[in-house]
Design a protein around this ligand. Structure first.
Ligand code: NAP
Length: 285
């Protein structure tokens, strides 16, 4: 049970965590902090938070746990603003999609990464944004990755782990760099591909025809291109090296498929598509 929980950035991810913890009766009071008063008012009306604060010092006062749920490019500014107002015992965690950049931002903003700062990332989300899109079940049976550093306080990790478990998630721990490499491949690359594919098709002269006759496959593959462009801009800049590595690998594989199509190399196409189908079928089970 956390008596006072402060959510900074009450959008899809922060709002859904607040809802889940309130539904479970695991929090005393939830304070929401943001810049947009209309969004905070909506969060109050939806019962996502109990109190709205646009003043950061007031939001942090007496908080046991602070969840920073803003875009990764905004983390450092938020950490800097938080630094003078943080209580000694306050546990801070974040939900950013990249972890190396967030840890570096915390180091710069606080002087050193505080022992009670527990970097985290829920592997759950939708293509929608804002508190209106939040829902209590978002984390049910989903994974949350925590990337504590060697000096991170074990009790703080246990508290954050407990919050996510209460929200229905399975919590795993990983090293920061490993997290960023794995997520570059499984999440960041697919988003880059989806955005690029839709953009390419949208700029073709026959784009109206193309979208009119788009079927389920197109819909499945490109749903994530409806995600917030600003959020994915931040992620691409924050996880540059890992994304470039996997993007180069994918580009080389795509070039090989292009060459097979060009040269009528059916055996190569069958081999590649068959190997992919096998891997995808195994993943489904
Ligand atoms: P969201 O719905 O747009 O919410 C983001 C919140 O951050 C908003 O409430 C906004 O509140 C605040 N914010 C936006 N820009 C800011 C800025 N420049 N400075 C300070 N606050 C700012 O986004 P989200 O999907 O919840 O994403 C939040 C975090 O979760 C991101 O770090 C993202 O990488 C991570 N994440 C997202 C997903 C996903 O699928 N969406 C999954 C896992 C992790 P105000 O405008 O009122 O300040």
């Amino acid at each position: 049970m956390v008596q006072r929980l402060c959510i900074i950035g009450v959008g899809l991810i922060g709002g859904s965590l607040a809802r889940a913890l309130k539904t479970a009766g695991a929090v005393g009071e939830v304070i929401g902090h943001g810049r947009d008063t209309a969004q905070l008012q909506l969060a109050l009306e939806l019962g996502v938070i109990d109190r709205a604060e646009t003043d950061l010092a007031a939001a942090l006062r007496g908080a046991d746990v602070v969840v920073v749920a803003v875009p990764v490019g905004a983390m450092e500014g938020v950490f800097r603003a938080m630094a003078p107002h943080l209580g000694d015992d306050t546990i801070v965690t974040d939900v950013g999609s990249t972890k190396g950049s967030v840890v570096a931002a915390a180091e710069r903003a606080f002087g050193a990464v505080p022992p009670r700062f527990v970097p985290g990332h829920p592997i759950a989300g939708t293509e929608r944004s804002g508190v209106a899109a939040s829902f209590a079940e978002l984390y049910h049976k989903r994974r949350v990755i925590l990337t504590p550093l060697p000096h991170t306080d074990a009790a703080a990790v246990a508290t954050v782990r407990g919050l996510w478990q209460t929200a229905g998630a399975e919590v795993v721990e990983m090293e920061v760099q490993h997290h960023d490499e794995v997520l570059a491949a499984t999440s960041h690359l697919p988003h880059v591909l989806a955005y690029t594919l839709v953009d390419t098709l949208a700029r073709m002269e026959e784009h109206t025809e193309i979208f009119r006759f788009a079927a389920g496959g197109f819909r499945d593959f490109t749903r994530i291109a409806s995600s917030d462009p600003r959020m994915w801009h931040d992620i691409c800049l924050a996880n540059r090296d890992a994304i470039l590595k996997v993007l180069d690998r994918y580009s080389a594989d795509l070039a090989a498929v292009r060459s097979a199509v060009e040269h009528g190399d059916g055996a190569r196409l069958l081999h590649t598509f068959g190997r992919a189908k096998k891997a995808r079928d195994e993943f489904k089970q």
